[in-house]
Design a protein around this ligand. Structure first.
Ligand SMILES: Cc1ncc(COP(=O)(O)O)c(C=O)c1O
Length: 393
């Protein structure tokens, strides 16, 4: 071979030896070579398992998918480039052979609301929002809208309401609708939606699963009935997670259960400290006896795991006081996102709920003094000390 050919081919496309790497490598190849056309034909025809093209499946991503499917107890999983890509493909899979109508929780993540109103509704999907913690209201909405799909979150943002997921699943099932659950806040350590009767569990893997603030990703886990459609739509649309993000997420997941346990324990300590602080008028946290869904939480959550988000209201505070308080934080990071190893604080009025009118926000119970803290794995004393000095300032 001449040098211009050697540079392209020498050393590449070796069969792996008898060794098995102890962790899954980053497989960057965009396509796969087989020794015979017969075999490639069988792989393309999906008669034989194998990789052919990275938009279809990639070994690094497939390993992560197997891992998250096992955590959620699903038939299979699809890893996506973002949580929003995961929610989008879960919804269109759920609606593929059903009525083009969605009944969704009234308190969804902002971009999920935008997805419903700015993408799905203009393409002919009817959308209706309802308080999914009120089962009578949900039943009435389902009877009227006759949806093909219900979309809820395990723990809502930022007020941390918890719907009775098993009952919501019964209502969906009786109506012939699929149930899609965004399980980002609860994670499979606390609740596994498919075990509660849901058809899809979706994640922003950007959050607790990856956990280190260095990945954007999403995962959809589905039951057996929907998985072939999910994969087929993904092969066409290509919302897939890249191999490097899959590697980082898989590496993150290995410590996810340990991190989450620690974050949940830290959040309990921080929430009870905040509850007795004179400058805090209200704490929203699922462990609280006054939580509006306390009975559901006792019934569905494992003991001592309540999630690791604490929302709280500063007494008599508006935007200026909240800005002063947040600017005074030394260690807690002022940034959007959640679920990372470091504690982070966000001001919903300025970020996640910015587009919602003040009147509507007030109806939702989101005041100008409300902040949301994602509690990290740091020493709880340090988190509390930072909050204390910032509150004092
Ligand atoms: C509950 C929830 N679902 C979905 C998303 C979207 O995830 P991503 O930003 O990875 O697209 C977020 C992001 O904050 C979220 O908080």
């Amino acid at each position: 071979m001449k040098i211009h050919t050697k540079v392209v081919h020498a050393g590449d496309r070796k069969k792996p030896g008898p060794h098995i790497p102890v962790t899954t490598p980053v497989h960057t190849a965009s396509s796969y070579f087989y020794e015979s056309m017969e075999q490639l034909d069988r792989v393309f025809g999906q008669e034989e398992k194998g990789f052919s093209y990275a938009r279809y499946e990639n070994p690094s991503t497939a390993a992560l998918e197997e891992l998250v499917a096992a955590l959620e107890g699903g038939h299979g999983a699809l890893a996506c480039a973002s949580g929003m890509a995961a929610i989008h493909i879960a919804l269109i899979t759920a609606l593929a052979d059903r009525r083009k109508s969605v009944v969704a929780a009234g308190a969804l993540y902002g971009a999920s609301v935008s997805l419903l109103l700015q993408v799905l509704e203009p393409s002919g999907v009817a959308v209706r929002f309802v308080d999914v913690c009120d089962l009578d209201a949900l039943r009435a909405a389902v009877a009227e809208a006759r949806p093909g799909c219900l979309l809820i979150e395990t723990i809502s943002n930022p007020l941390l309401r918890v719907p009775q997921m098993d009952r919501v699943a019964e209502i969906a099932n009786e109506a012939g609708a699929a149930l899609v659950v965004d399980n980002t806040f609860a994670t499979p350590l606390i609740l596994r939606p498919l075990e509660q009767g849901a058809n899809f569990a979706v994640h922003s893997a950007t959050k607790y699963l990856a956990g280190h603030g260095d990945v954007l990703g999403g995962v959809v886990v589905s039951d057996e009935r929907h998985f072939a459609t999910l994969r087929a739509l993904s092969r066409t649309l290509g919302p897939v997670m890249g191999p490097f993000e899959s590697y980082l997420t898989m590496r993150g997941v290995k410590t996810f259960a340990l991190r989450m346990e620690r974050q949940c324990a830290n959040a309990c300590r921080v929430a009870s400290w905040l509850a007795s602080h004179p400058r805090v008028s209200r704490v929203h946290f699922p462990a609280s006896a006054e939580h509006p869904d306390a009975a559901t939480i006792r019934r569905l959550f494992p003991p001592n795991l309540f999630g690791a988000i604490v929302s709280f209201e500063l007494k008599d505070a508006g935007r200026n006081e909240v800005f002063r308080f947040m600017d005074a934080l030394n260690m807690i990071v002022r940034a959007t996102s959640l679920g990372d190893v470091h504690s982070m604080m966000l001001y919903p009025v300025m970020s996640s709920h910015r587009e919602i009118s003040p009147k509507h926000r007030e109806r939702m119970g989101i005041s100008d003094g409300l902040v949301r803290l994602s509690v990290g794995i740091e020493a709880p004393e340090d988190i509390i000390e930072d909050l204390e000095q910032a509150l004092a300032s």
